[in-house]
Design a protein around this ligand. Structure first.
Ligand SMILES: NC(=O)c1ccc[n+]([C@@H]2O[C@H](COP(=O)([O-])OP(=O)(O)OC[C@H]3O[C@@H](n4cnc5c(N)ncnc54)[C@H](OP(=O)(O)O)[C@@H]3O)[C@@H](O)[C@H]2O)c1
Length: 285
């Protein structure tokens, strides 16, 4: 049957905190969103079930069923996943929506195109979308505009950056360079003040500068710990993006190291105290 006359099937890899909101948005727009439970955790299963995504079992079955595949996974897993989808002979449209360097998205485009599929570059800005107006999927490449109407019901919105593969990833890298880079700098700053015994004095000065700012800084660090394990890879992608524009890589190489020191907070229930965060930053093996 012609695709125009039947429900589009979209394979979602995978239903993480952000991925599931991509899936829910596509479902709201009328797509049949499928996922592959093989190898995934109970947390992904619970999110997928709550969002009404259809489990097809494994990646091969998903590749077989899907017209489109949207990849929303840890950045350092993105290229391996694209290679596996290409190896399985996917022939539809593949959208990588991960926080990766433009060079990596071009490498994935080459893999996917060699398999005979179309490739759309993507990058997401904002928190997992619970309501409209918070989160945007930037798309680029020939054919990016074809995907936009599928997201029209929200809550996540899709916008086309350009018709050039690489631009959506470049935008994501430039955006996250500051948001996540500055959080890593704040972590290093507070840990250094702690190590030197002047943290209370620093916080007192922040309060003189702007009442409430020391509490806001602590909350920002405590909040980031759950995702820090994933940010290490993203910081390396940003460093590679800077290098390709002949800019210093040191900011984000250091930020990767900061996030690596916080990776142990993955899957811990509740946010740690600021003292626990600083202890992890200052711990030596
Ligand atoms: N969360 C945000 O606030 C946010 C904001 C902007 C952009 N994004 C982008 O969204 C992407 C994923 O974020 P998320 O919040 O959905 O992450 P997440 O909650 O950690 O979920 C990641 C998903 O990928 C799966 N996964 C874990 N390791 C994998 C591997 N090695 N290979 C393949 N899949 C793997 C996970 O499955 P299991 O855990 O079940 O194994 C889970 O379903 C990233 O590229 C990120 O840059 C997220």
């Amino acid at each position: 049957m012609d695709l125009a006359n039947r429900t589009r099937i979209v394979g979602l890899l995978h239903p993480g905190a952000m991925g599931v909101t991509v899936g829910a948005t596509l479902r709201a727009g009328g797509a049949d969103v499928v996922w592959a439970s093989a190898g995934r955790s109970d947390a992904s299963r619970a999110r997928a079930e709550e969002a009404g995504l259809r489990d097809v079992g494994d990646l091969a079955a998903l590749v077989d069923a899907a017209d489109w595949i949207v990849s929303v996974c840890p950045p350092d897993a993105a290229e391996r996943l694209a290679a596996e989808v290409a190896r399985l002979g996917f022939g539809g449209t593949y959208c990588d929506a991960n926080a990766v360097a433009p060079a990596r998205t071009l490498a994935m485009q080459a893999l996917i195109s060699a398999a005979g599929a179309d490739y759309v570059d993507g990058g997401i800005v904002g928190p997992p979308a619970a309501r409209p107006g918070t989160t945007w999927l930037h798309l680029s490449g020939p054919g990016a505009d074809v995907m936009v109407p599928a997201f029209a019901s929200g809550p996540l919105a899709a916008v086309v950056v350009s018709d050039r593969v690489g631009d959506a990833s470049a935008l994501k890298m430039c955006y996250a360079a500051f948001t996540k880079g500055s959080t890593a700098l704040l972590a290093a700053q507070l840990a250094c003040a702690q190590a030197l015994g002047v943290r209370s004095a620093l916080e007192a000065q922040w309060e003189r500068d702007e009442p409430g700012s020391s509490g806001a800084a602590a909350a920002r660090l405590r909040r980031v710990t759950a995702k820090a394990w994933r940010f290490e890879g993203e910081m390396h992608e940003i460093a590679a993006t800077f290098a390709a524009s002949d800019l210093p890589v040191g900011f984000h190489a250091a930020a990767a190291e900061i996030y690596a020191r916080l990776a142990g907070f993955r899957r811990q229930p509740g946010a740690p105290s600021l003292e626990q965060v600083l202890e992890a930053l200052l711990a030596r093996e």
